[in-house]
Design a protein around this ligand. Structure first.
Ligand code: FES
Length: 103
């Protein structure tokens, strides 16, 4: 069952720089885009020991650092091969300067 967990301080998530966190036992990547924070699973579905938080964030797209598959951080949809599976996305809310993720 999903539950809300504090993932850290809003100010610790930098614009354009993915941040790896562990929330509720899950590896999650946080992305700040403007005033919003988005959260996805942090492991690339193509090779699950590769962290998307080490990749390149361009707008709403995260590019895997290993083979450059791209994913939409809002929908989780895979946008380019070699990965074929989508990544999980998680609900985020910001409250009192803290980021909460539902996992
Ligand atoms: S490990 Fe991510 S695309 Fe291959």
């Amino acid at each position: 069952m999903a539950d809300w967990h504090c993932a850290g301080n809003f100010d610790d998530v930098w614009e354009g720089v993915p941040l790896a966190v562990t929330v509720g036992g899950q590896e999650v990547a946080l992305y700040k885009v403007g005033a919003d924070v988005h959260a996805t699973g942090n492991l690339c579905p193509h090779q699950k020991d590769v962290k998307l938080s080490d990749g390149y964030l361009d707008g709403d797209t995260i590019e895997c650092p290993m083979h450059q598959s791209c994913f939409n951080i809002k929908t989780g949809k895979v946008l380019s091969p070699p990965a074929r599976e989508d990544i999980p996305v998680f609900q985020v809310r910001v409250e009192d300067g803290k980021v909460f993720v539902e996992v």
